[in-house]
Design a binder for this molecule. Structure first.
Ligand SMILES: C[S@@+](CC[C@H](N)C(=O)[O-])C[C@H]1O[C@@H](n2cnc3c(N)ncnc32)[C@H](O)[C@@H]1O
Length: 280
């Protein structure tokens, strides 16, 4: 393992939270090769250049190249069933006076996750008549967000997970591709957000989908992101993780009985009365 790899992964972890293992150097080189090619550089020269010079544009392009934007419509299906059958009925009941819902897809990649949520909400629209529903979708990757905002998907992408009936209802043909309908596109606000930075400016949410991103972080970063997500959730709010992601036992969330990936905030421990010494 080279010193250059060590410097590179220190940079990547510090800027994105993504932790590369010792054996991932070759994989990193393969990801950087197309960018290096476009700039007329070898991968070594590319890394040298951006490690030596502080060039925000180059750093952003390197970060973009290193992200795994893999996603598809209704990924794993179950989370969207839980959204429809468990989360929405709870919120319908608990927020019936306020009639406002805020939902955040916190690592949305190319947009399939927030658009899938928008399609579920569209199906449930009659139950939410008169409600204000906001979907915020964010990612660190500028190129993924650009695709997400465009809402244009190729045949392969719409064949992964999207039922034909929903394709025909919510997409229009656009030459060889499919474009998401404007009413769904308009429901999602896309923003660039790095989860390792402060994200309190986004405000509080009733539901956060943060799926298949924490698995790229080490334990300490995961815990820090989870604790800050907890503070961004409304008291009755719900967090949905990816199918293989679990929270460390001592974090701010506890699983709901319906699924280990479905979490609510733990109730804060009562504070010791003044003058008493709390013994952990
Ligand atoms: C595998 S995709 C998951 C997409 C979607 N949530 C899903 O489950 O299908 C992981 C996404 O996390 C994003 N990501 C990685 N590190 C991030 C960070 N520090 N802040 C925000 N997004 C990040 C990547 O750009 C990528 O789009």
């Amino acid at each position: 393992m080279s010193n250059r790899f060590d410097q590179f992964r220190t940079f990547l972890k510090a800027t994105t939270g993504v932790a590369l293992e010792n054996d991932q150097w070759q994989a990193a080189e393969q990801r950087l090769a197309p960018l290096a090619g476009r700039l007329g550089l070898s991968v070594d020269d590319l890394i040298d250049r951006f490690l030596r010079h502080s060039d925000p544009k180059l750093s952003a392009a390197v970060i973009d190249a290193m992200m795994t934007n893999e996603t598809f419509f209704f990924r794993d299906r179950k989370p969207f069933e839980l959204f429809r059958d468990v989360i929405l009925p709870r919120l319908l009941e608990r927020k019936r006076d306020d009639r406002r819902l805020r939902i955040w897809s916190a690592a949305c990649a190319t947009g399939q996750e927030p658009y899938s949520l928008a399609m579920v909400l569209d199906e449930e629209a009659r139950r939410f008549e008169g409600w204000t529903i906001e979907i915020v979708a964010s990612d660190i990757s500028a190129s993924a967000l650009e695709s997400a905002r465009g809402g244009l998907y190729n045949q392969f992408e719409v064949q992964r997970g999207l039922p034909v009936a929903l394709l025909l209802r919510h997409f229009q043909r656009d030459l060889e591709k499919w474009r998401i309908a404007q009413h769904l596109r308009a429901q999602v606000q896309f923003q660039q957000v790095n989860l390792i930075d402060d994200f309190t400016r986004l405000g509080a949410f009733d539901v956060i989908f943060c799926r298949n991103v924490l698995m790229y972080f080490d334990q300490a970063t995961r815990r820090s992101v989870l604790n800050r997500l907890a503070r961004t959730l409304m008291p009755e709010g719900i967090l949905m993780l990816g199918a293989t992601e679990f929270t460390p036992g001592d974090c701010a969330f506890a699983p709901l009985p319906e699924s280990p990936a479905l979490l609510r905030r733990r109730k804060p421990k009562p504070e010791a009365p003044a003058g008493h010494l709390a013994i952990a």
